[in-house]
Design a protein around this ligand. Sequence first.
Ligand code: 5GP
Length: 182
Amino acid sequence: MHDDVQKILIDEAAIQRRIAELGAELNAAYDDEDVPIFVCVLKGAFLFLADLVRHLRFRHEIDFMVVSSYGDATRSSGIVRILLDLERSIEGRHVVVVEDIVDTGYTIDYILRNLASRHPASLRIATLLNKPSRRKVEVPLDFVGFEVPDEFVIGYGLDYAQQYRNLPYIGVLKPSCYSDEP
Ligand code: 5GP
């Protein structure tokens, strides 16, 4: 599996250091009275959420959403669908959407507009990775881990064809590991 990786962009220690910093930013932004809901966008953000919430010192809840994005290809279609919705209402609640990566912005833009229509008290975004070079829609990112170049990245929750999510670092696949499928 590690042999399939062409290069490591962000190593495990750097990811964990930055997540601790993001935890501190969140601890400064929220307190026990807010009880924000952290909305984890599955599947890619599951490790980020798990590591992030362990730094939080205020009461909070977590919930999950599944949205369709790329299928097995590496390019966005711009069409987003909710496959699994939140369990609880967010009306009047503080919400932090936890994403793995914002690329074109289509996915998070759709999620933001959808969640905003449910009248939360506030709505912010925490994303581990930001790929600004490919942005198609402007989205306000409140908590950002790292900017990455215009490359398809894998690891630390992010997949290629549902694999490589367990890599503890963010890397780039060897070209020979991509299937010929479009
Ligand atoms: P967007 O809608 O912003 O183009 O893309 C959002 C989703 O596409 C992300 O949540 C992620 O699932 C997927 N995605 C975008 N860029 C990458 C990438 O470089 N690697 C992987 N593995 N997934 C990506």
